[in-house]
Design a protein around this ligand. Structure first.
Ligand SMILES: [Zn+2]
Length: 298
């Protein structure tokens, strides 16, 4: 009897824990998300929605699709040609014909996926009920990092999901509009740096900065590998007071782990984009950086 009582308490407790992450659903939402119903075509709130951002699961908040994968298939439901990796699970539909798609995290019904219709190059159409999703608008923010040759820093930063664009340039120096030759001479005081535009609704400044510390060696002073000179120093140029606090906390974390961090943290001044032939360097050459690679440090 006593055991039964404990068991009942445990069941109630675990149900409460589960429901904390799950949002309450309306009757209409339950009909689609839990009972695998379908909303009427051309009626969903996201059918013609074109804003930039992320579509998340209505029930559990799991990010499902980026707006960059959305297209108009003319079918009456929002269509996507690619999910966020791992976000969506495919299942044989109860009708034995179609492939059902559900949220990988909570199992909520999303819709169906169709292959081979040739709407886009990915040849895939996720046909999703608007009611199964919510939308988080893109939140553009900028961050500036210097960690040695900008070719390599730029190349690795652009690969991070949530990064919108990267640009190589010069900052932290004494003169306006410096040229590569002036920066290389070491007399202009600039650092080779990369300006990152990222979607703060998809990636945090902390995650971005941790990654920066893991794609260059923050313990090297005025050099990075074979590149020697103050223009190759490790420096974070913060664009908001919040970024400064986050960057300082990460430096402290690394120091607590025994790293002798040389990275300085400075208020961002003017960022001068570098000459065209420095942009997208490795992407254009189709080669890998000689000077940068990923090493886990956190
Ligand atoms: Zn979910």
């Amino acid at each position: 009897m006593k055991h039964l009582f404990v068991l009942i308490i445990l069941v109630i407790f675990s149900n409460t824990m589960d429901s904390q992450n799950m949002r309450p659903l309306t009757e209409q939402e339950k009909r689609v998300i839990l009972e695998k119903g379908t909303e009427a075509p051309f009626t969903g709130k996201f059918y013609k929605h074109e804003e930039k951002g992320t579509y998340i699961c209505r029930q559990c908040g799991n990010p499902l699709y980026n707006s960059t994968s959305k297209f108009d298939a003319g079918c009456g439901w929002p269509s996507f040609d690619e999910e966020i990796p791992g976000a969506v699970t495919r299942k044989r539909d109860a009708d034995g014909m179609r492939t059902e798609i559900v949220c990988s995290k909570c199992g909520g019904h999303l819709g169906h996926v169709f292959i081979g219709e040739k709407f886009t190059a990915k040849n895939t159409r996720h046909c999703v009920n608007s009611i199964s999703m919510e939308f988080i608008p893109q939140k553009k923010e900028s961050a500036i990092f210097a960690g040695g040759c900008f070719w390599g820093v730029e190349h690795l930063l652009r690969q991070l999901p949530g990064v919108i664009s990267v640009e190589s340039g010069y900052t932290g120096g004494l003169i306006s509009n410096p040229t590569y030759e002036e920066v290389c001479s070491g007399t202009s005081g600039h650092a080779e740096a990369v300006e990152v535009i990222y979607d703060a609704s998809r990636i945090s400044y902390e995650k971005l900065t941790k990654y920066f510390f893991e794609i260059h060696d923050p313990t090297q002073v005025n050099r990075q590998g074979p590149d020697i000179g103050t223009q190759y120093r490790s420096e974070i140029f913060y664009t908001t007071p919040e970024q400064k606090i986050i960057a300082q906390a990460l430096v402290e974390k690394l120091r607590a782990k025994g790293f002798k961090v040389a990275t300085t943290i400075t208020k961002a001044g003017k960022f001068y984009p570098a000459e065209k032939y420095h942009q997208d360097y490795y992407l254009r050459k189709g080669t890998q950086p000689y000077c940068h690679s990923y090493t886990k440090r956190f």
